[in-house]
Design a protein around this ligand. Structure first.
Ligand code: COA
Length: 323
């Protein structure tokens, strides 16, 4: 049985840190309000001329180095982003060229904050069906470019960054103890479009637009849908919440993360939280959190990880990974 096994991970954040205090000088908000409602203390913002592809390339180089592989070994790039460099071509092809890859396929996946889980699921399916053998799955975003900096209800919540993992198809017995992606579950509900979207696009307004959100509504859906999809993916592979070593959730809001952890009965020290440092980096948030906990030694080989995320669409999903 073929399974997609994680070979390594990497991440990259822009140099510039913007604290809540700094933001409060430009926007009518306060460090206290932001921290209490979201857990966010700071975010990283890409420099002028620093694009999503630049962040993605750096994260990918680090992931390849961690995996002990070269770009020439890779034959698939799946880049999850809602903030591509250009309307087309896929930002993934820029990453492909920059890494020096001359074969295989590279494309973008657009599922906003659920993008990384969607990307993992797509790459996993392609590896298991033999369409590719070694994949880079990247989440990279420059959300600072689509924020309305006059809307205090949204601009304080997001940041820029990138993270990546390398997956390789390996033959194995296929038990829950074997390493690799054990299962995925994906969902979307287009009826919820209006609670989280960008009011622009090439086909509609011919502008890039800005992020619009009804925060309270998104919050309600997040809590309910996360609990359901986590239960679904666990049931698929015949495991229970007690088997999970690490919850690595999308980092939108500390209160949503805490709620999911509580529902699973996981103690807080088994939940990876980086929203305080990175804010919500959309598709980049899960691989950024993953990289943090792998590199600081919390996550080790053989651990069972639950990745989950929800975002605009609404789109949501979860993946179970034996690290
Ligand atoms: N600073 C200070 N006050 C702010 C503010 C800010 N940055 N943003 C909003 N407010 C004010 C509002 O104007 C409102 O004031 P009013 O009562 O005088 O009208 C008050 O705070 C409450 O606003 P509300 O939007 O009801 O707050 P909330 O408790 O729902 O918290 C969120 C707002 C966005 C933090 C919360 O709804 C949330 O986290 N939602 C989920 C969003 C999310 O995770 N999205 C991404 C999913 S991928």
């Amino acid at each position: 049985m073929i399974r997609s096994v994680v070979q390594g991970c990497g991440a990259y954040l822009p140099d510039r840190v913007v604290t809540n205090e700094e933001l409060a000088k430009k926007v009518d908000t306060s460090d206290e309000w932001i921290r209490q409602r979201t857990g966010i203390r700071q975010r990283y913002i890409a420099a002028e001329g620093e694009f999503t592809s630049h962040l993605a390339i750096k994260a990918s180089e680090r992931a390849l180095e961690h995996a002990g592989l070269k770009a020439a070994d890779v034959d698939l790039i799946v880049l999850a982003t809602a903030t591509p460099d250009e309307t087309f071509p896929a930002t993934a092809t820029r990453v492909q060229a920059s890494l020096g890859m001359t074969r295989g396929a590279a494309f973008d996946v657009q599922a906003v904050c659920a993008g990384f889980v969607y990307g993992v699921s797509v790459a996993d399916s392609m590896l298991r069906t033999g369409l590719a053998s070694t994949a880079l799955v990247i989440g990279a975003e420059t959300f600072s470019r689509i924020l309305d900096w006059n809307d205090r209800g949204t601009c304080v919540l997001f940041g820029d960054g990138a993270g990546a993992i390398v997956l390789r198809a390996e033959e194995g017995k296929g038990t829950a103890e074997d390493r690799g992606i054990l299962g995925n579950a994906l969902h979307s509900d287009g009826r919820q479009h209006d609670i989280l979207y960008v009011d622009g696009g090439p086909s509609s307004t011919r502008t890039t637009g800005f992020l619009r959100m009804e925060g309270k509504e998104v919050f309600k859906h997040a809590v309910v849908n996360m609990a359901a999809v986590v239960g679904e993916v666990l049931e698929k592979v015949g495991l229970t919440p007690a088997d999970i070593d690490w919850l690595v959730p999308h980092q939108a809001n500390k209160r949503i993360i805490d709620g999911t952890g509580r529902k699973l009965g996981l103690p807080p020290e088994r939940v990876v939280v980086t929203v305080d440092q990175h804010a919500n980096t959309s598709a980049a948030s899960i691989p950024l959190a993953l990289d943090t906990a792998v590199k600081d030694g919390r996550i080790s080989r053989g651990d069972l990880l639950l990745l989950e995320g929800i975002g605009g669409g609404l789109a949501w999903g979860a993946s179970l990974v034996r690290w």
